[in-house]
Each structure stands twice: as C-alpha cells, then as structure tokens.
Design a protein around this ligand. Sequence first.
Ligand code: SAM
Length: 222
Amino acid sequence: DAEELWKQVDQYITDRLIPADPILEEAQAANAAAGLPTIDVAPNQGKLLHLLARIAGAKKILEIGTLGGYSTTWLARALPEDGRLVTLEFDAKHAEVARKNIARAGLDKVVTVQLGAALDTLPVLVKEGAGPFDLIFIDADKKNLANYLAWSLKLSRKGTLILVDNVIRDGEVIDASSEDPNVQGARQLFDALKREPRLQATALQTIGSKGHDGFAMAVVVE
Ligand code: SAM
C-alpha cells in the first residue's frame, strides 16, 4: 500500500544520504528502552533540520519540545563551537533521557534542556534576554502552536527562521469542523502566520515513514 511505499522510499533515502550513526542510533534505542513514544522526526527530516540550521548559519537555536533529544542532536551538530541550543521539555522523564543522550553525543556543553511547560519557560527566556535566536524549531503540544509562534517572535530578530512540525495531520488541517485540538492548533497557527506582518511563511506536506504530515517555515522579515 501507499504508506509502505513511503516507508521504503524513506529507507532508500536514508540508506544513501544519511550515514550510519551510532550516537543517534543509541539515542533512539535509549528512547525506546525508556518507553518514550516514537514521535521524533525521521532521520531524513532530522538531517533537513541540520541543513537548514547550517544554511541559516545559526549560532543560537531554540527548540520547543525535546522528547529524547533526537532532533536536538541533529540541530546542535550544526552549531559552531561557541553555539548554543536551548530546548524546552515539560515531561521530567523525557528531559532526563534527553540529557543522557545529549551528553553521550558530547553536546552537553552546547545544549541546555529546560524543564517545564513551554508557556512557563518561554516568558523566562524573554525576561532573561536569552534571545534573539537564529532558528526556532516548534515541536511540542500542537494545541499551543499559535502561542508558541507569538513567543518565538519575541525571541527573534530580523532573519530568524521559524520551523513548525506536524501542521498537516493526515490532511485533517483542512477540516474546519475537526474536534481534534491538534488539528485546531494547526489551523490557528496558519491563521496566525497569515495575520503576522513580521513573517513570510509557507508550508510543505510530507509523506514518509511518519505518514502524511508536513511543516511550516517562516522567516522574520521586520
Ligand atoms: N523534537 C523531538 C524530536 O523530533 O526528537 C520530538 C518532540 S515530541 C513531538 C513533543 C514533546 O513535547 C514531548 O516530549 C512532550 O512531552 C513535549 N511537550 C508537550 N507539551 C509540552 C509543553 N507544554 N511544554 C513543553 N514541552 C511539551
């Protein structure tokens, strides 16, 4: 069936373009052993994040939604030696597994895992003057996407790249009457992107090992 083909093509891409990586594989194994859900990005998506961070020349990255630190590792590896990545996670077990994975990847000097609900920790980052970030990856609970976008703008500068994962949701994003709070969260994000004059944005559908979904991308233009 179609989904099986998407998976096989993702595997084809990964086999050719993403070299075997014991650190990332250990992280995935540690996540599974700790019972974390496999809702991290796929390897070819992780590499896309990595490439985008390099293209952006990012020195400071913010991630909202750490899980076991899989996407964190892809992003942090794109940073220069003096780069920094702050990642926000609300589940203490996820944060603990992530910290171990990040240390095993030798990235604990670069990455800070901030425990707490992002709507509590984002205002602290603003207050501390932690921004502006060069790249922000939004990948936590989907009902708050528009809120996370608003906080991201406060932590941005002109040129900041904002990426938002899982905004297509099997195509359900077009269903205005959906009762799924994740779908409504994605719809609110699109409305917020449309309204926001400081952003230029687009979105792409993706198919692959993670099914039919997609991501939005925005650049701060003023
Ligand atoms: N970015 C990760 C990756 O690709 O490896 C996957 C992140 S997973 C899709 C979403 C994470 O956001 C989960 O670990 C979940 O516990 C966390 N989360 C959910 N609600 C949150 C909140 N309000 N604040 C911070 N993190 C939250």
